[in-house]
Write a protein that binds this ligand. Structure first.
Ligand SMILES: NC(=O)c1ccc[n+]([C@@H]2O[C@H](COP(=O)([O-])OP(=O)(O)OC[C@H]3O[C@@H](n4cnc5c(N)ncnc54)[C@H](OP(=O)(O)O)[C@@H]3O)[C@@H](O)[C@H]2O)c1
Length: 248
């Protein structure tokens, strides 16, 4: 079992300028990480005390490579950055939103894992945390292409765990339903706090875990997968029918 101690570690969190990324960085500082790099497209947005700003757009391969060179002491990589465009598969005007979500959530995270794998190896193995979603497990038309990108990112997470086992790198996938950040600002439904997600995530890292199912709905959906067409999709269809009733 790979597990890592956060106290004294060097961590990098993507998307650390706001939302969950900011809270991940704060939690790492409070757990005694020796150095926390807060990576953001606009490093000026990284204002959390004790967090060192780094300029990083995860869809820019040159920036990713530079981050891996400049932050060569990282032993804990937290791939948090992500986008959600609330885009359907069929009704969306184009596939632009689907491409952006795939470029960011899947290819961006993949680039980060590839660039930092040798860094983690050089620093004793360390750990990777990938911030996934309940939508890795099922598709909801309201954010359909986002779900596809998170399913791809889930697959990536399970694959790199196997590929990186030989170098002792722990890989943790974190799934959650709605979290109280900008991304879910327009949603009127129960939301988990980013602080709870961050606490559960780093508890799992320190306990040698591989997966966090951060809230009751996420645990229920994953447990329902063997019977998804019976237990999940009828309620999603009903929700979608209500939402689109009279729209055409
Ligand atoms: N909120 C939810 O309900 C929810 C639920 C499950 C999972 N998640 C996942 O949790 C993670 C954090 O989301 P959040 O809730 O904190 O959303 P958020 O408030 O919208 O923040 C998204 C973060 O990702 C960054 N980002 C987006 N594209 C980027 C890129 N190309 N390069 C670098 N950074 C980029 C953003 O930076 P800028 O400030 O530069 O835009 C921002 O810091 C995401 O992976 C999301 O999919 C969220």
């Amino acid at each position: 079992m790979n597990a890592m101690k956060i106290e004294g570690s060097v961590a990098l969190v993507t998307g650390a300028g706001r939302g969950l990324g900011r809270v991940f960085a704060r939690e790492l500082v409070s757990r005694g990480a020796a150095l926390v790099y807060g990576a953001a497209r606009d490093p000026a947005a990284v204002t959390e005390p004790g967090v060192t700003p780094v300029a990083l757009d995860i869809t820019d391969p040159e920036r990713v490579a530079r981050a891996a060179r400049e932050c060569a002491d990282v032993s804990l990589l937290v791939n948090n950055a992500g986008v959600m465009q609330a885009s359907t598969f069929i009704g969306a005007p184009s596939v632009d939103a689907a491409r952006l979500e795939m470029e960011t959530n899947y290819f961006g995270t993949l680039s980060m894992c590839r660039a930092f794998a040798p860094v983690l190896a050089a620093n004793g193995g360390g750990a990777v945390v990938n911030m996934l979603s309940i939508t890795s497990f099922y598709t909801n038309p309201i954010n359909a292409s986002y779900g596809a990108s998170k399913a791809a990112e889930w697959s990536l997470t399970n694959g790199i765990r196997i590929e990186l086992a030989h170098q002792g790198t722990q890989v943790v996938g974190v799934h959650a339903g709605f979290i109280d950040t900008d991304m879910a600002a327009g949603i009127n439904a129960p939301k988990i706090s980013p602080e709870s997600v961050a606490r559960q995530t780093f508890d799992a890292v320190e306990a040698g875990g591989v997966e966090v199912l951060a809230d009751e709905r996420t645990r229920k959906f994953k447990a329902s997968l063997p019977r998804d067409h019976e237990l999940i999709y009828p309620q999603i269809q009903e929700f979608w029918d209500t939402l689109t009733k009279g729209s055409g």
